[in-house]
Design a protein around this ligand. Structure first.
Ligand SMILES: NC(=O)c1ccc[n+]([C@@H]2O[C@H](COP(=O)([O-])OP(=O)(O)OC[C@H]3O[C@@H](n4cnc5c(N)ncnc54)[C@H](O)[C@@H]3O)[C@@H](O)[C@H]2O)c1
Ligand SMILES: O=C(O)C[C@H](O)C(=O)O
Length: 314
């Protein structure tokens, strides 16, 4: 099996580590944080659930010890600040860009073959930064946002339609931002039946879209910090698709070279996720409205990317 490192033992990273351990996704799990004792404590706590949850995963918590991460097959980067209520994800760029760049460079020194999954926000620019800073191939560095947004989209659809969320299929593409993500109603279905057939009231579906787009902000307002259960589980699902070579099609923030009419940008599109990371971008037909929204989303992501040069991290 595989060695997986999670950098950042905060709410999201520790939840991701807990899901990976409990589902026995990897043979070796390393949790690293810069704060003394946090990783060691959370890994010991997770280990103490092993006999209760019946799993057997070798795991270690370390404080800033990148030698312990050496030879990782997959690295999840969750290090950095979360937003407070009322903030946008993009406002985190000043504090998180330097953290993500340094962490990515440290990982590269010890695990040059690792697939690196970026979670830290603003995730789309952080993915672009990590890709450029490491110089790794585009399949090896990509971001998690669409997996989470799609999970929220499916849950809001299930509530609106009164059906089991596990029977719902749906994808969110575009930027991982309150105004940049695009829930694809035209592609959403319940057991293969288009949601537009099941629900004729456009206002209901429009509300599902709106609720999905601010799904993160809604939880940040309730919790006072970012959500962590679904984000941690979403990252773990992507890791599992890599480690088990499951070839899941997951909306992921990947580097585009012409797909969807975009160049030199990392943004959320349907992607085949397997042993080699972001293996293949899947181009799906978009409605004229969705195409326009995607172009606007890409424009907004590029605007935030430009800040990376202004703050001298790129
Ligand atoms: N992409 C997504 O869908 C998604 C979802 C949820 C959260 N996030 C983002 O993930 C990040 C983490 O969120 P959280 O709620 O876990 O925050 P948190 O504050 O609970 O945890 C962050 C952790 O990172 C650690 N850290 C800071 N600098 C570090 C460094 N240089 N090296 C190693 N560790 C370092 C901190 O000590 C802390 O433990 C935030 O930026 C948040 O916005 C993204
Ligand atoms: O919304 C946030 O700040 C965290 C994350 O991006 C999320 O969508 O939960």
């Amino acid at each position: 099996m595989a060695k997986v490192t999670v950098v950042g033992a905060g709410n999201v990273g520790a939840t991701c580590a807990n899901v990976l351990a409990t589902r026995e996704v990897c043979s070796e799990l390393v949790l690293l944080d810069i704060k003394e004792g946090v990783s060691e404590g959370k890994i010991l706590d997770i280990f103490q659930t092993a006999t209760l949850m019946d799993f057997d995963t070798n795991m270690v918590g370390v404080t800033n010890d990148y030698a312990a991460t050496a030879g990782s097959d997959v690295v999840v980067i969750t290090s950095g600040m979360p937003r407070k209520p009322g903030m946008t994800r993009e406002e985190l760029i000043g504090v998180n860009a330097g953290i993500v760049k340094t962490v990515a460079e440290n990982i590269l020194k010890h695990s040059s073959k690792a697939i690196i999954l970026i979670v830290s926000n603003p995730m789309d620019p952080m993915t672009y930064l990590a890709l450029k800073a490491t110089g790794l191939p585009k399949n090896q560095v990509f971001g998690m946002g669409g997996a989470l947004d799609s999970a929220r989209f499916k849950c809001y659809l299930s509530k609106a339609l009164g059906v089991n969320s596990n029977d719902v299929d749906g994808m969110v593409i575009g930027g991982h931002g309150d105004t940049t993500m695009i829930p694809l109603v035209s592609k959403a279905s319940v057991k293969g039946v288009p949601v537009t057939e099941l629900c004729k009231d456009k206002a209901v579906l429009d509300k599902v879209v709106a609720d999905t787009m601010v799904g993160g902000a809604t939880l940040t307002k309730l919790l006072g910090t970012s959500a962590w259960y679904a984000p941690g589980a979403a990252a773990a699902m992507v890791v599992e698709s890599i480690v088990r070579d499951q070839k899941k099609i997951v909306p992921s923030c990947v580097y585009l070279e012409g797909e969807y009419g975009q160049q030199d940008i990392c943004i959320g599109v349907p992607t085949v996720i397997g042993r080699n990371g972001a293996e293949k971008v899947v181009e799906v037909a978009l409605t004229a409205e969705e195409k326009e929204a995607f172009e606007k989303s890409a424009e907004a992501v590029r605007k935030t990317n430009a800040i990376l040069k202004e703050i001298n991290v790129l």
